[in-house]
Design a protein around this ligand. Structure first.
Ligand code: NAP
Length: 338
């Protein structure tokens, strides 16, 4: 089979499509023939050497796939061979075949293409955990979604719309028209102006009840300042560090140094909460994650979860796919297809 290998830290030239032996399923596992694999910002940070959770290089990245069950281990019902599935993968998903534990499989609804299926796990489970499980967003509340036009951003918008909350979102201006059509109430250009005074003006100086922030560093301080009393800040990424080589290391150190320190008395007197989320550190809590998956898949059948695939790149063009995302061109999900 063919697989995408991140051979070492660096620019897109370190990405190679290589041949590898077909993987074999263990007793409680299945082999999925991959039709579509998700690309995530974490894959870019991993390539840049800025993602501590990534495997040792050379490695095959990939947290999510959609495909067809090709073979099963001794303890798995062989009747599922041929079943179209979506699966969360702890890496190695960006390959023609991947082995996953049977319990990580989700049956792919017919209403979704394989590409849409592969756009579900990381983006929607992250967004569900941020907005519902940890953020507790309510109908009469408002939420600020940073990078609203990205993969997690669009997923969060679907969920916030379903809840009925008022939605604010920062995004590059080229994405605003699309975001309005998807239901975002207040798109804010954050690229050429400061978004905080604009948000304050839009909210009569009150701020919002929930902010989800994947940018990190000093940006978390600013997002905290955007909270209304009873507001919560969900921190879940450090996009601010993204850069190749030495520049990335410097940006990561800068982001770490500029992170806010939250004092209990400050939280108490301002009636605020802060929380973090790292889905990659939830593998030991499968019951919780599968509960979130069930809620998201119910949303697919009810029609309010609408995974949007921007572009699908063949494996051979994986470098272009990384560049596309790094250049902020994607609206929603970028997919890799064998
Ligand atoms: N903690 C978790 O469990 C978890 C899970 C999933 C994702 N995440 C994090 O969530 C964020 C979004 O992930 P995603 O996979 O959905 O990606 P994405 O949002 O589709 O990523 C690309 C978008 O991010 C925005 N962006 C902001 N700063 C950027 C920068 N320095 N370089 C390039 N783009 C930048 C751009 O949108 P604009 O054009 O609007 O600027 C760009 O289009 C990432 O930080 C990721 O690490 C965390």
């Amino acid at each position: 089979m063919r697989q995408i290998v991140t051979t070492k830290n660096g620019g897109i030239d370190v990405l190679q499509v290589q041949d590898a032996p077909d993987p074999q399923a263990g007793a409680s596992e299945v082999v999925v023939a991959v039709k579509a694999a998700g690309l995530n910002f974490a894959d870019i940070l991993a390539r840049q050497g800025l993602y501590p959770d990534g495997p040792k290089k050379p490695c095959v990245m990939g947290y999510e796939v959609a495909g067809i069950v090709e073979a099963v281990g001794a303890e798995v019902d062989p009747a599922i061979v041929g079943l179209p599935v979506i699966a969360m993968t702890r890496f190695r998903g960006q390959a023609e075949k991947v082995v996953v534990a049977e319990r990580q499989l989700i049956e792919k609804p017919q209403s979704l293409s394989f590409e849409q299926g592969a756009a579900i796990p990381v983006n929607y489970i992250t967004a569900y955990a941020l907005l519902v499980a940890m953020g507790g967003l309510q109908k009469e509340e408002s939420v600020l979604i940073h990078n609203a036009g990205g993969g997690v951003g669009l997923a969060a918008l679907d969920i916030a719309k379903k809840i009925g909350a008022t939605t604010y979102g920062t995004a590059s201006p080229s994405k605003h028209e699309f975001l309005r059509a998807r239901g975002l109430d207040h798109p804010i250009n954050y690229r050429t102006q400061d978004w905080l005074p604009i948000l304050k003006e839009l909210t009569n100086d009150r701020g919002v009840e929930l902010v989800i922030d994947p940018i990190g560093g000093a940006h978390w301080k600013k997002s905290y300042a955007a909270l209304r009393h009873t507001g919560r800040l969900g921190m879940f990424g450090v996009s601010a560090a993204s850069a190749n080589g030495f520049a990335g290391k410097i940006k990561l150190i800068k982001a770490a140094l500029q992170m806010p320190r939250f004092h209990p008395l400050g939280l108490l007197n301002k009636n605020r909460g802060v929380f973090g989320l790292n889905l990659g550190h939830m593998w030991h809590e499968p019951e919780k994650v599968m509960e979130w998956v069930a809620a998201v898949m119910a949303g697919v059948s009810e029609g309010w979860i609408r995974p949007h695939v921007d572009r699908a790149f063949p494996f051979a063009q994986v470098g272009d796919a990384h560049s596309y995302m790094e250049a902020r061109k994607n609206i929603g999900k970028v997919i890799l297809v064998p």
